[in-house]
Design a protein around this ligand. Sequence first.
Ligand SMILES: Nc1ncnc2c1ncn2[C@@H]1O[C@H](COP(=O)(O)OP(=O)(O)OP(=O)(O)O)[C@@H](O)[C@H]1O
Ligand SMILES: [Mg+2]
Length: 267
Amino acid sequence: MEETAAIASGLVADDPSSGDREAPVIVAVDHVNKIYSDGTHALKDVSLAVRDKEIVAVIGPSGCGKSTLLRAIAGLTSPTDGVCRVADGVQPAFVFQQPTLLPWRTAERNAELLLRLSGVPRAESRRRAHEAMTLVNLAGFEKAYPRALSGGMRMRLSLARSLAMKPDLFLLDEPFSALDEITRKTLNDELARIWFHQPFTAILVTHNLYEAIFLASRVVVMSARPGRIQTEIAVTLPYPRNSDVRLTSEYVSFVEQLSIELERAAA
Ligand SMILES: Nc1ncnc2c1ncn2[C@@H]1O[C@H](COP(=O)(O)OP(=O)(O)OP(=O)(O)O)[C@@H](O)[C@H]1O
Ligand SMILES: [Mg+2]
């Protein structure tokens, strides 16, 4: 989508600090409030603009409305006030905390599932599923059933199934939180590598400070409920990011800065 088209459709960032000023806005959240029917005030006046090919991490205390925000962007719930807009033609792919695989389908048949459901012919689906499985280092496991895969492999397969769709926008709700620290780091490394080779726009909800700083170009810190955007940190670490980045003093100081902001937000 061109910048002019973005402006025409009202998808304009009003936050001058946000990302690459030239890139079109893919997600625009504008003064959103969400009050559930039981009176729970989940989101309070949240505004956020995410530009093309940005990875924005969202971090904040448990129950502050992060999942609500992602669901509102995906159109799975509607804001009480304000609007969430996704640029025309952009199909978001939602990746949940738990891998949602079909146990009776082999890995490759799981990986091609969304493509098949969207009407892509069998041969093309299979080819793209294999490509995605290779990206997440699962080549060779095409015929395995989910039960024969480790937790980390299942999560990678879940990711491959979304990657095969080549989505313009990933909505990632704590996709790695069920994994051990080493597997999480490996998957973070893989996601950073995949992003570099096949860039996409993503909003990543996480509780993990290290993951947020490693992957994101910006981290949005939310306050305790009702969730407001408390502050935003621009992560100016260079790309491509690989595991060496974690050894740099810049990385460590970004993590420290985020930790302080998060404590403030929870107070
Ligand atoms: N369908 C619902 N109906 C009523 N209240 C809800 C609903 N979904 C979420 N909530 C409440 O809204 C608040 C925000 O929930 P949400 O799941 O968005 O938080 P979160 O930041 O994702 O939390 P966590 O970090 O624990 O995943 C919570 O108090 C939650 O109990
Ligand atoms: Mg959540």
